[in-house]
Write a new protein. Structure first.
Ligand code: MSP
Length: 654
């Protein structure tokens, strides 16, 4: 058994009636970041995630799919787990509420609550929201106050939990543990809710079949929240939790919509059973799309695979954690995502790493140089980097991820400025110039080493690449952050192999590709699809993979003639075209609106990919693709065309 201090954290367990979107991914990325950080601070960490598989929603979804519930949830659980694995954020424990060990833990918790006198039988009639799996305080015919969807009147025999008995114990607990609910705004919300009085809660159902049976009380099954919350305990030993030593949890990371379940019901169940309470519940905000919570029912979801496919996982992690203050809502936008990618990752960290490596290569033997006498500007940068270490650790401790990244990026900006003002590239070959250049390059490389270690919890893939580029052994994830300090980069260390970091990408093209993938059926994640740019000067660029003629032959391109062209409201880059391809007239969207007047396109002959699967761009169906060159840093589209008039419409391009 490890003698390191233990740290246990959890994501919510996700409903299996839908597939993961950016909102869910955010919860899991946050937990993964904390997990990596805590490991680097010397903890033995367990992170749990899983799937919440019972309840009427699943019952209905399985019926609609024409399969048994168990089959339905098994498939969905595989999808969820595969997504986390593909994204490089697998949990240490993946708990399914259909696991046997979980059922035993729920039944055990119920028994303890009952033996201690907090459970009694009764009847309940109320308005039930099947989407949120909760009774809500509205009249028949009214919609759910939380999600706005219709409620149903339900009357059933059930067992009640004496939640009312826990008003005072809960208020005492919150008073004694001021950090139990975070952020403070949520804490205030919960305090006033509990101060307003608590009603007993029905914790079993007879109206539902698909649930964990209440032992000896069939047809009662457990209410999904009594069932789901207990998963946190089942994952780390259930009734034998003391043996593993991970309970109580250090933090439950949840979305703000489920804070009440975690800070009122869950601690009350545990108090009733005489079990230890989690130390903290942290509620993050929502990612919104067009000012509304992303949700499948509204059809405004963005999923992670297309983003990861085009920009890479670190770009998504960076954007989600940088763009919003942890705890507040954030608006998701592809535009801002690609903007951040290009400005902060490609031009910021990526550029600094590749420039530094290139200069060290050029300096001579491709080894970390030995610094000579320090000048005040070197010491100033060293002092800033050393101070950033302490500040960033504190910011991680308070889960202020956006500030962590701000601090890191101001260090990167200061280093860029330092390089510009010291311009090592213009120093000559004299001994003193060589020594000065060595000092500047060592200082810059040392900033990169520190930055890599500190950003690893958020940007694990790129940190690992920069780490090995600097010739450092092992993984940055195994660095002890407590011992990280300025000045330990060993001169003479040979640089490692160059690695693809953040190749710049033209915004319109990136967005178009992500949107197109979003409209396709989901596929497993592979490495970023953008052409890799090498980091480091000496290393050769990876040769692009060659395809055979049979692969090329799969793409059917034909000459088409544009018949109509119009702008699309709300999509300033897209034009909606109708194009005659000889055999039919197709509707095709093209990202050329900023460079071509629609009227001037009529009659123009263009090259069209005609056998591309139809997809929707900004909600408009596009059935094919017009070929254009991407010119200059902005990627200005220039249509491929046929100046000779005698090219007939529909002719195949070979
Ligand atoms: N199954 C329950 C949780 C039980 S935990 C014992 C549940 N599942 S959920 O799949 O609907 O949501 C899981 C988490 O995803 C919640 O924390 C929720 O807040 C979060 N998100 C879902 N949509 C979201 C956004 N659009 N933005 C950020 N997070 C949101 O609730």
């Amino acid at each position: 058994m490890s003698d390191k201090p233990k740290y246990y954290l959890t994501t919510p367990i996700y409903y299996t009636n839908g597939l993961p979107h950016i909102g869910h991914t955010y919860s899991t990325i946050v937990c993964d970041t904390i997990r990596r950080y805590k490991r680097m601070r010397g903890y033995d960490v367990v992170m749990t995630t899983g799937t919440d598989e019972h309840g009427v929603n699943v019952e209905r979804a399985a019926k609609k799919a024409g399969v048994a519930e168990s089959e339905f949830v098994a498939k969905m659980a595989v999808e969820w787990k595969a997504l986390w694995d593909d994204l490089g954020i697998p949990s240490d424990e993946f708990i399914r509420t259909t696991d046997l060990k979980h059922a035993h833990t729920v039944q055990w918790l119920f028994r303890l609550c009952r033996e201690n006198g907090f459970v009694y039988p009764g009847h309940y009639t109320g308005q039930y929201c099947i989407y949120d799996n909760a009774y809500v305080d509205v009249k028949p015919g009214e919609n759910c106050p939380d999600c706005g969807r219709p409620t149903e009147t339900v009357t059933e025999a059930n067992y009640f939990f004496k939640l009312s008995a826990f008003q005072k114990p809960l208020l005492d607990w919150y008073a004694k543990h001021p950090d139990f609910i975070q952020p403070d705004s949520r804490r205030n919300e919960i305090l006033s809710f509990v101060e307003g009085g608590l009603r007993d809660l029905s914790i079993t159902r007879t109206s539902i079949r698909w649930g964990i049976p209440v032992p000896g009380e069939e047809p009662h099954v457990f209410y999904v929240w009594f069932d789901a919350l207990t998963a946190y305990l089942s994952a780390v030993g259930g009734p034998n939790y003391e043996k593993l030593g991970f309970w109580p949890a250090d933090v439950h990371i949840v979305g703000k919509d489920i804070i009440r379940f975690h800070t009122v019901y869950w601690p009350a169940f545990l108090m009733a059973a005489g079990l230890p309470l989690p130390k903290q519940v942290w509620a993050h905000g929502w990612f919104l799309m067009d000012a509304a919570k992303m949700s499948k029912s509204k059809g405004n979801v963005v999923t992670p695979r297309p983003i990861v496919g085009v920009l890479g996982m670190d770009a998504l992690r960076y954007y989600l954690l940088r763009e919003t203050v942890f705890g507040q809502d954030g608006n998701f936008s592809y535009d801002a995502l690609v903007q951040r990618y290009n400005s902060d990752l490609a031009n910021g960290l990526g550029n600094l790493a590749s420039r530094t490596a290139a200069m060290i290569e050029k300096n001579g033997d491709g080894k970390i140089p030995k610094p000579a006498a320090l000048q005040p500007q070197d010491t100033a940068l060293a002092t800033q980097a050393q101070a950033v270490i302490g500040e960033v650790l504190e910011l991680y401790d308070s889960l202020t991820f956006s500030r962590v990244l701000e601090e890191m990026w101001s260090l990167i900006a200061a280093t860029d400025k330092y390089l510009t003002s010291e311009h090592p590239w213009s120093l000559g070959d004299s001994d003193s110039d060589q020594q000065r250049r060595a000092t500047i390059l060592w200082t810059t490389a040392e900033v990169l080493r520190i930055a890599t270690a500190l950003t690893h919890p958020i940007l694990p893939e790129s940190a690992t690449k920069v780490w090995s580029l600097l010739g450092q052994s092992g993984q940055p994830g195994s660095i002890a952050l407590d011992r990280l300090k300025w000045g330990e980069l060993a001169p003479g260390t040979p640089l490692g192999k160059s690695q693809a970091l953040f190749p710049r990408i033209e915004k319109a093209e990136a967005i178009e590709r992500m949107e197109a993938m979003e409209n396709e059926p989901q596929k497993p994640v592979t490495a970023p699809a953008v052409a890799p740019a090498a980091v480091g000067a000496a290393a050769p660029q990876a040769a692009p993979e060659k395809i055979g003629i049979e692969d090329f032959a799969k793409v059917e391109m034909r000459v088409g003639q544009i018949k109509t062209a119009e702008r699309i409201v709300g999509a300033d880059k897209l034009l909606k075209l109708t194009v005659d391809i000889g055999t039919e007239v197709r509707q095709i969207c093209a990202g050329i609106a900023q460079y071509y007047e629609p009227e001037k396109l009529i009659g123009r002959k263009v090259a069209v990919v005609v056998n591309l699967a139809p997809r929707k761009l900004r909600g408009v169906e596009s059935n094919g693709m017009i070929i254009a060159a991407s010119v200059g840093p902005e990627g200005r589209p220039v249509l491929a065309g046929f100046p000779d008039d005698d090219v007939e419409i529909g002719a195949r391009l070979k």
